[in-house]
Design a protein around this ligand. Structure first.
Ligand SMILES: Cc1ncc(C[n+]2csc(CCOP(=O)(O)OP(=O)(O)O)c2C)c(N)n1
Ligand SMILES: [Mg+2]
Length: 540
């Protein structure tokens, strides 16, 4: 069979180690579907293009190898674009491939013709349109490489239908580029200056951005903490310093006098480093893969362009030559992170109805202790789950603050790790965004467990109304106590409805044992998420 642009594309994906495509079909990409026949590249066909992107995003974050979404042109592409924002903000390596109107019809009002690259540019690291069928493989290889290099993030390629279908003449094909775009190493004198600042500090603190907080880079940061005693905290929540997972550690930032930002922008998450966030005499050292991410102003004492993980490893190696005095401070921060209010013990055991969110956390925890992946999303319930559960592997909606991704993210996690239990916990409002991906889960044999905290309202917004406008001015945020478990059953999933706390454990056990995707509809108390900071107006 003659080779086509689509064939080259599929070959390059397989060669690069891509294991699946998360996709929603359309005219312009059927040639790619065809080219996957007989190739080790299964297609997970979703029910919404944003779902495909969330799946690729989850797979990318968990494996650090780019997940790939494949969607059709125009409206399909635009449906996908909204989900790229989450991948961008969570620094997730992934590639969105979108079919595109044939080039021969460009500017003539072709079917679904639009500026796809322009639409994707604000939410991607790089976006371009392939212009040569023979380069189809080389360019997708390049897209995969860019997605994973430096600060990971989404990359978009538009693929004109005529090029995908074009037959490639025999002859040498374009060489697939190798070797990532390297970030140069910081000078040894810079390293020495960082160590000097850290060693001289009373309460130095390492603050990590989303990619730096993930397992792949954690070892370098842990080595630095071991060598110096200096504690590290991630700031990757849409609520920034109000991240309920931080527990009382939310209050240690204000004590930090030297702050080492590793791959963390000086953004809203840490309130731009404004006065009051850190100690009054704080000095900030910022290390980032890219110069543009560095704040170039008086807030920063020292800015360094280098791979933050590599720099952490270099600092750890060089730290041994010095005396460090921060072990007690490090212990203090770790204890604050682990500490939860005493009242929580009783709530985790509470027998009252409606069910307290912490009671749900108590039921989930044994699965997480045994290695289940936790996906937490959406609203006050999602925040409670992040506060009340400790998971070795966790995916949250991240600094994008976008709700709705949990179900497809859980599917992406299950596709990447079929042998692990995957639990998604989300609010009832959030459930509605991508509930139909339960059908995708049923069709493709992805048995994830979805726990819906059903308080019959968009509680996060309701709580803000209470806070800012008062109890008599709450409006428009009610939902119904819908039986989402029955929705799931209709889609071929296992369903459980739980009103009594004592029924949670058995419902979870049956759901995991069912071997099917499952939804547990838990009628919860719509309590506001916890905050531990003295002054807290939560962004979310
Ligand atoms: C895409 C998107 N739309 C809207 C919001 C605003 N928002 C944040 S939380 C929330 C309510 C979520 O309700 P639910 O999932 O039921 O969780 P609950 O707060 O009730 O526990 C809304 C509307 C958002 N963050 N992202
Ligand atoms: Mg709700």
């Amino acid at each position: 069979m003659p080779r086509t642009g689509a064939g080259l594309l599929v070959d390059a994906l397989v060669e690069a180690g891509v294991r699946q495509l998360f996709s929603l079909s359309g005219n312009q990409i059927l040639s790619v579907y065809d080219a996957t026949i007989g190739r080790p590249l299964p297609i997970f066909h979703t029910r919404h293009e944003a779902g495909a992107v969330h799946m690729a995003d989850a797979s990318g974050r968990l494996t650090e190898r780019p997940g790939v979404a494949l969607v059709t042109a125009g409206p399909g592409h635009l449906n996908a674009v909204s989900a790229l924002y989450g991948a961008l903000m969570s620094e997730s390596p992934m590639v969105l491939l979108s079919g595109h109107a044939p080039r021969g019809q460009a500017g003539r009002g072709a079917f679904q013709e639009m500026d796809q690259v322009g639409a994707a540019r604000p939410v991607t690291k790089a976006a371009w349109r392939v212009e040569d069928a023979a380069r189809m493989g080389a360019e997708v290889a390049r897209a995969l490489e860019i997605a994973a290099a430096g600060r990971p993030g989404p990359v978009h390629l538009s693929l004109p239908g005529d090029l995908l279908e074009a037959e490639i003449a025999d002859g040498p094909l374009s060489v697939i580029p190798t070797g990532a775009t390297a970030v140069s190493a910081a000078a040894d004198t810079t390293l020495a200056r960082i160590l000097e600042l850290l060693a001289g500090a009373r309460r130095p603190l390492i603050v990590l951005g989303p990619a730096m907080a993930r397992a792949a880079r954690a070892a370098a940061v842990e080595a630095l903490t071991r060598a110096t005693g200096i504690p590290a905290l991630p700031v990757e929540s849409p609520r920034g310093l109000n991240d309920p997972w931080l527990h009382s550690a939310a209050n240690v930032f204000a004590e930090a006098d030297v702050v080492l930002l590793l791959g963390k922008r000086l953004d809203y998450g840490i309130r731009f480093g404004d006065p009051g966030v850190f100690a009054a005499d704080r000095r900030i050292i910022q290390v980032d893969w890219e110069a543009p991410a560095l704040a170039r102003d008086a807030r920063v004492a020292l800015s360094v362009v280098e791979d933050p993980a590599r720099l952490a490893a270099r600092l750890a190696a060089a730290a041994a030559a010095r005396q460090w005095k921060h072990a007690a401070w490090g212990d203090e921060v770790r204890a604050a992170r682990a500490a939860v209010p005493a009242s929580w013990m009783a709530l985790r055991d509470a027998t009252a109805r409606p069910i307290d969110p912490l009671r749900v956390c108590a039921a989930l925890q044994p699965y997480l202790d045994r290695g289940a992946i936790l996906v937490a999303d959406g609203g006050e319930f999602g925040q409670w789950v992040q506060a009340g559960c400790e998971a070795g592997t966790r995916l949250i909606n991240g600094p994008s603050g976008s709700i709705g991704s949990a179900i497809p993210m859980a599917l992406g996690a299950k596709a990447a790790y079929p042998d692990r239990v995957v639990i998604a916990a989300l609010g009832d409002g959030t459930f509605g965004f991508h509930a139909f991906e339960l059908d995708t889960a049923a069709r493709h044999g992805l048995p994830v467990v979805v726990v819906v905290g059903n308080d019959a309202r968009w509680n996060a917004e309701h709580q803000l109304q209470l806070q800012h406008y008062g109890a008599e001015r709450t409006v428009g945020c009610e939902l119904r106590p819908t039986r989402y478990d029955q929705v799931a059953v209709a889609l071929g999933a296992h369903g459980e409805h739980v009103e009594y706390p004592g029924d949670l454990e058995a419902a979870l056990a049956r759901s995991v044992a069912s071997g099917r995707p499952a939804v547990i509809n838990v009628m919860i108390d719509g309590v506001p998420a916890p905050t531990y900071r003295k002054s807290s107006v939560g962004a979310h």
